[in-house]
Write a protein that binds this ligand. Structure first.
Ligand code: PTJ
Length: 265
C-alpha cells in the first residue's frame, strides 16, 4: 500500500526514510490535535532540508554547543525551557525528562495563538509526566518589551536569566537578548536570526538534541562550578557556527563526488 494511503502512524519501518517520516507524521498528527500550528509543518520542512545537508547526524560542533548549553543551564540561577507546538509534538517525553533532571521549568510559549492550543500542549506534556507547567494561566503573565507577536506573553521567562528556545523565530531571540538574557537556541538553520543572536546555538535536530542533552546532563552534573565555568569560557559560539558551516560545505563536497561516481556506474 502506498504511504499516503496508509496515513499517519503506519509508515512501514522497512522504509529507507522511516525515521524522517515517523517524525513528519508526528508533526502532521500534532497539527490535527491543535498542538502544532499550520506553519509548524513548513518550519519542519525547512528543518528537514537543513538536516539533510548536515548528514542527519549530531555533528562535533553540535556536541560542543550541547556541552556548553548544559554547563550554562547547570550554572544558571533561573533557567527556563520554552516549549512550542513542534517541540511538544516531537519530543514530549524527552523534554520532560530533561526538565526534571536539571530541575528547570517548562513554559509553553507560542508564536501562533489559536483557541485550544495551549491546552492541547499542556495535555501532551502532562501525559509525558510534566507537573507545574508554566505559560498556561493568562493572569500570571506579563508582556515582554520589544515584541509584537503572541510570544510577548510570558510568565517565568520574564525573570529568567537563561532561556532555552528550541525552534524559535528570530524576533523573540532578539527581544530576549535586548533584555540582557542569555539564550540557548536549537535550530537546524545555522544562519537564522535566532542562531546568530543566541549565546549558544545548537545546530541539530531537536529529536537528537534532547536525548543527547539528557546524556550530557548526567555526566556534567558531577562537575563543580569551576569546571562548568571553564567549559563556558572555552566555548565560542560564532566560531562554532562557522565550523558548522564548514562541515556543511565538506558534506556537500563529499556528496558531489559521490553523485559523480554514481553517474559513472
Ligand atoms: O508552535 P508555535 O506557534 O510557537 O510555532 C512554532 C514555529 C516553529 C511554527 C514558529 O516558531 C516558526 O514559525 O518558526 P520559524 O521562524 O519557522 O523557525 C523555526 C526554525 O526551526 C527554522 O530555522 C527551522 O530550520 C528550525 N527547525 C525546524 N524543525 C527543526 C528545526 N530545528 C531543530 N530541529 C527541528 N526538528
Amino acid at each position: 500500500m502506498a504511504l499516503n494511503e496508509k496515513q499517519n502512524n503506519s509508515v512501514p519501518d522497512s522504509h529507507p526514510r522511516y525515521q524522517s517520516l515517523k517524525f513528519r507524521h508526528k508533526i502532521i498528527d500534532g497539527m490535527k490535535n491543535l498542538v502544532v500550528a499550520e506553519a509548524g509543518l513548513i518550519a519542519h520542512g525547512r528543518g528537514e532540508c537543513f538536516d539533510y545537508i548536515l548528514g542527519e547526524k549530531t555533528t562535533k560542533t553540535a556536541r560542543s554547543a550541547i556541552k556548553a548549553a548544559i554547563a550554562a543551564l547547570l550554572l544558571a540561577e533561573k533557567p527556563v525551557i520554552s516549549v512550542n507546538g513542534n517541540v511538544a509534538a516531537l519530543v514530549p517525553n524527552e523534554l520532560v525528562t530533561l526538565s526534571k533532571l536539571l530541575n528547570i521549568p517548562l513554559e509553553i510559549n507560542l508564536f501562533y495563538h489559536k483557541e485550544g492550543r495551549i491546552k492541547a500542549i499542556e495535555d501532551v506534556l502532562t501525559k509525558a509526566g510534566a507537573a507545574d507547567i508554566k505559560g498556561i494561566n493568562e493572569d500570571k503573565m506579563i508582556e515582554l518589551e520589544g515584541l509584537e507577536s503572541s510570544r510577548r506573553k510570558v510568565e517565568l521567562i520574564a525573570k529568567a536569566d537563561i532561556i532555552m528556545v528550541p525552534l524559535e523565530d528570530g524576533d523573540r531571540t532578539e527581544a530576549l537578548k535586548k533584555l540582557n538574557k542569555k539564550v540557548i537556541a536549537v535550530d537546524l538553520n545555522p544562519l537564522s536570526r535566532t542562531s546568530l543572536w543566541a549565546d549558544i546555538t545548537i545546530v541539530d535536530n531537536i529529536v537528537r538534541v534532547i536525548p543527547e542533552m539528557i546524556k550530557k546532563a548526567k555526566e556534567l552534573k558531577k562537575l563543580d562550578k569551576k569546571q562548568l565555568e571553564e567549559i563556558i569560557k572555552n566555548y565560542n559560539n560564532k566560531l562554532n557556527i562557522q565550523n558548522t558551516l564548514d562541515l556543511i560545505i565538506e558534506y556537500i563536497n563529499k556528496q558531489k563526488e559521490k553523485a559523480l561516481e554514481d553517474v559513472k556506474l
